[in-house]
Design a protein around this ligand. Sequence first.
Ligand SMILES: Cc1cc2nc3c(=O)[nH]c(=O)nc-3n(C[C@H](O)[C@H](O)[C@H](O)COP(=O)(O)OP(=O)(O)OC[C@H]3O[C@@H](n4cnc5c(N)ncnc54)[C@H](O)[C@@H]3O)c2cc1C
Length: 536
Amino acid sequence: MTPSTLRIGYRYRPARLAPEYDAIVIGSGMGGLTTAALLSELGWKVCVLEQHYTAGGYTHSYERNGYEWDVGVHYIGDVGAQTQTRKMFDFLSGGRLEWAPMAAEYDRFYIGDKVFNAKAGKQEFRDNLLRQFPDEQQAIDDYMKLLAGSGGALSAFGMGRAMKPWQQSLAQPFLNWKTPDVFFRNTYDVLRELTDNKDLIAVLCGQWGDMGLPPKQSTFMVHAMIARHYLYGGYYPVGGAWKIADSIIPKIQKAGGEVFTYARVNQILVEDGKVRGVEMKDGHRIDCDCVISSAGVDNTFNHLLSADVVEQSSYENKLANVQPSFAHLGVYVGLARTAEELGLPRTNYWIYPSNDYDAAVDAFLKDKHAPFPVVYISFPSAKDPDYLNRHPGTATIEIVAPAPYEWFAEWRDSTWGKRGEDYDNFKAQLGERLMEHLYDKVPQTRGQVDYFEVSTPLSTDWFGGYHHGELYGLAHTPERMQQKWLRPQTLIPGLWLTGQDVLTCGVTGAMMAGMLTTMSMVGTRKMAPLMKQIYS
Ligand SMILES: Cc1cc2nc3c(=O)[nH]c(=O)nc-3n(C[C@H](O)[C@H](O)[C@H](O)COP(=O)(O)OP(=O)(O)OC[C@H]3O[C@@H](n4cnc5c(N)ncnc54)[C@H](O)[C@@H]3O)c2cc1C
């Protein structure tokens, strides 16, 4: 397979580095780029180091055989009006990022042999649920109230993470008062108190794949955050997901910084108890007393810091309270006809074997021949009004499904594209199974597929640096969401965290983590004018 030619960022060479930087950011995902761009706006010169050959982390796209696919962006909510999310995207991208709305029915759920959907708009969402479940008005209205009531608590949760420990202690009574009882309970238990209708619970949890945990394992807080995020529908970045990073990088360059690709950090250097810089894979040392890691908690504490530093700073015990999220398979499909010709929808499909999501996950983890507990199908070229300008006469489809990393662990030390026949056969079988789901739900695509390829958790490790193939960094369990040490400021002076592990997964979750990290670093006094500029 030939590597993608779609590249953004500047290829790292030691000679291309500036003599000095105010900060180093490890990882060019949404968390890293947001932090770097906001610091740049405040006059910092920031060096972003990305191990992949293109910038953007999970927001990157790739091209092969004349097709272009995204790896970690299918839809983004809350950008159809002048919301806080939209204002932040506008600011970071200098207004260059445009959004295309999906269909009003943005998510469709195939649950066993029944079909339900989610409709854009708070009232439309509620009324549509009621049409599908006419006997459940009370439960539906109670659910909408729970969502509405969680807005302030979600903001307070975020602000709590940005506070210093002493500020957090002082603010704790207020934060507790703001936090509804249901927040850290599991999603299923909370919804079960509203209704015993299992189909309704399944529909309300139909987006569980957006956080990677089925309802009996997930936190209601994250469920509510995602449900609110998409309440007004789904949007797609015009020109493809790679436009996100492409539109943010100029802000970093304008302040004298740069986003380097092929730039793998081997170690965060800590000397005399303080951060002193990083050592690159090629052995080059970059001195800087401020390092922000957006490479995830597992990478930062288990791979980039020495074991001594982790032990001395007492992170070892804390790490026992968090686990990696699920790993996944991706199928990237290319068709030599357009989305319009094929009648592909601007709706995501979620396919479930039954309304008991947790049981389906358990069965699948025990037996790889059991039905996939969820199959997600997305139609990016149908969502992107600019796609045909870049790839005329074609269409693309992406399929995502869970798969444990352990199934592939025996090939972990092999090289991408050269993992051998057994691996290729195994992933081809899995890919064929997933393609059958596509043909079942979109039968007109049968016979029209020109090309498809399959990614496994090893691809996620290879390209994204996630050593367990994690889909969303740390698993969003109730226990994880209550770990107060998952915050921007670490116990190691000069080391900061950002990205999806600080707050929650999602492009917006990582972006908001970037904002919180910047605020923690510079303080609210310096941040206030910038916030005013962004949100006015
Ligand atoms: C299949 C899939 C579908 C998704 N769909 C959506 C969606 O539709 N909508 C949505 O909002 N979210 C979606 N997400 C989630 C979203 O993409 C992520 O939560 C978010 O982009 C994470 O951003 P981040 O900056 O925290 O991490 P990342 O984007 O993962 O960035 C971390 C970066 O660090 C780099 N790195 C790691 N180690 C090193 C090192 N040693 N040296 C240098 N660089 C290093 C990695 O290469 C990576 O680029 C999806 C994710 C996946 C996997």
